[in-house]
Every structure is written in C-alpha cells, then in structure tokens.
Ligand binder design. Structure first.
Ligand SMILES: Cc1cc2nc3c(=O)[nH]c(=O)nc-3n(C[C@H](O)[C@H](O)[C@H](O)COP(=O)(O)OP(=O)(O)OC[C@H]3O[C@@H](n4cnc5c(N)ncnc54)[C@H](O)[C@@H]3O)c2cc1C
Length: 226
C-alpha cells in the first residue's frame, strides 16, 4: 500500500548525516524495527538505482504525527534529490514492512550493535524504554568514524542517564570479529541485534558465533546497498 505524504523538516543530525521528517499519514502503522520505501517523483541527478530507497523508520511508533528516516548524505542521485525537496512537498512512502521486530517486554539482556545510520531502528525502539522499569540490561555498541559522525549521540547519552539499565559504548574504529567474540562473555545469554552495512553485520556475526552465541540469539538487519 502506498501513501502520499509531505516533508515536514530536514535536519543534519551528525557530520554528513541527514534526517528527513515526514507527516505520518492516517493508516500508516508500523512497529519499531520496520522500514519503509521512500519514492520521489523526479530525480534531479541521475541514479542507476532509480527514484526510491528503503529506509528504517527512526521515529517511535507512539509518535502519531511524524515519521523520520536518516541516511548518510553520500551524493547518490536519489539522496541528492530527497535532500533538495522543499518542506510541504509530496513524496510517496510504502506501508512499513520487515521482520526485525524488538520484544515488547525486556525479559532478558539485549545487546544492540549499530554501524553508523544503522542506529535508525534503535531510535524507534529505545525511547519507549525511557520510562519503563527494566530488570535486564540494554547495551548499545555504536560504531562510527568519530563522535561527530555519530547521529543522535546526545539523545542516546541522555537516555543512558535516565534509564539505568541502558548503557552506550562508542566504537571509533573498524569492527573486528575478535572484538565481538571477546565481548560475548560480558553479556552472558544476551540476545544480539545488529544493524548496519552488510560487511559490518557479517563481521559482528562472525565474532559472536566464534564467541559461542547461538544463531537464534542473533537478529540482523543489513542495509543492503551500502
Ligand atoms: C531493510 C533496509 C533498511 C534500510 N535502512 C536504511 C536506513 O535507515 N538508512 C540508510 O541510509 N540506508 C538504509 N538502507 C539502505 C538504503 O536503502 C540504500 O541502499 C543505502 O542508503 C545506499 O544508498 P544509495 O543507493 O543512495 O547509495 P550510496 O552508497 O549512498 O551512494 C551510492 C552511489 O552514489 C554515488 N555517489 C556517492 N557519493 C557520491 C559523491 N560524493 N558524488 C557523486 N556521486 C556519489 C556513487 O555512484 C555511489 O556508488 C536500508 C536497506 C534495507 C534493505
């Protein structure tokens, strides 16, 4: 199902990282972790991949007014076009889909691993946890080139102050399988959620499997196309 919607805002959320806010159309339902496909009517620069892209929803489902997506401003024809579209202009979004769905109740330890804008689905889920009484830790490993390219870092650090069970660890170097196999013993019996470019997701899975994490304790969303 397709929805016409309007762009409400553009915002830079880290170095070279762009967030677009859309009006949430009536009837657009989603769960934290799902993605949509955004289509523009006409490209302003050529793009061999066409005039639409999939993006994870980075806003919480409780926000009935707005939807947000975030991406690195790479210079591809599609992204150049989306960034140039003025407020109040219309784009098309597809009904949300995807099976990367977080648990409603946190009844065990969860570890989130985000590579760059792979933080998007976690930004949809984590705000819901702010007010809850959690009995198990939520830990985020957040990989970026440096702090300036880490989107939503201030919000995440604020959340870690407000929710004692949530902690964030920034990684400012290329991930290696060894790093993640070593981390396994810090998080016994945890469920791991990994989001980012396919190469990064593969590195983390490889480390976790070496460290003994069972495949049914690993959930992934690969941002194919990066
Ligand atoms: C389920 C799912 C969820 C996803 N969620 C997200 C998400 O939340 N956020 C996100 O960002 N992506 C997400 N993706 C990936 C997204 O759909 C795109 O594939 C990805 O962002 C790459 O974008 P792009 O194709 O525009 O290529 P980019 O990698 O952005 O750019 C590709 C091409 O653009 C050109 N280009 C790049 N830089 C320049 C430049 N400086 N000058 C001129 N040309 C240049 C080059 O030809 C380059 O090869 C998701 C994918 C899936 C499958």
């Amino acid at each position: 199902m397709l929805f016409n919607t309007q762009i409400v805002a553009h915002r830079t959320v880290a170095n070279g990282t762009h967030e677009v806010t859309f009006k949430r159309p009536a009837g657009f339902e989603f769960k934290a972790g799902q993605y949509t496909q955004v289509a523009v009517s006409k490209l302003i620069a050529p793009d061999p991949k066409g005039r639409s892209r999939q993006f994870s929803l980075a806003s919480p489902p409780e926000d009935r007014k707005h939807l947000r997506v975030v991406f690195r401003a790479s210079g591809s024809g599609f992204k150049k076009t989306l960034m140039s579209i003025p407020k109040n202009s219309t784009v098309t979004i597809e009904q949300a889909s995807g099976s990367f769905l977080f648990p409603d109740e946190v009844n065990k330890s969860h570890v989130f691993v985000a590579g760059g804008v792979g933080i998007a689905p976690f930004m949809s889920y984590l705000p819901q946890q702010r007010e809850k009484t959690l009995h198990h830790p939520l830990t985020l490993y957040y990989g970026n080139k440096d702090s300036h390219s880490a989107a939503y870092l201030a919000e995440l650090e604020q959340l870690s102050e407000e929710q004692q069970q949530f902690s964030i660890h920034n990684l400012y170097h290329q991930p290696s399988p060894d790093l993640f196999s070593d981390l396994v013993e810090k998080h016994p019996n945890a469920v791991w959620w990994i989001v980012g470019p396919p190469a990064m997701v593969a590195v983390v899975i490889s480390g976790l499997r070496t460290g003994g994490v069972l495949s049914d304790h690993i959930f992934t969303e690969s941002f194919e196309g990066y």
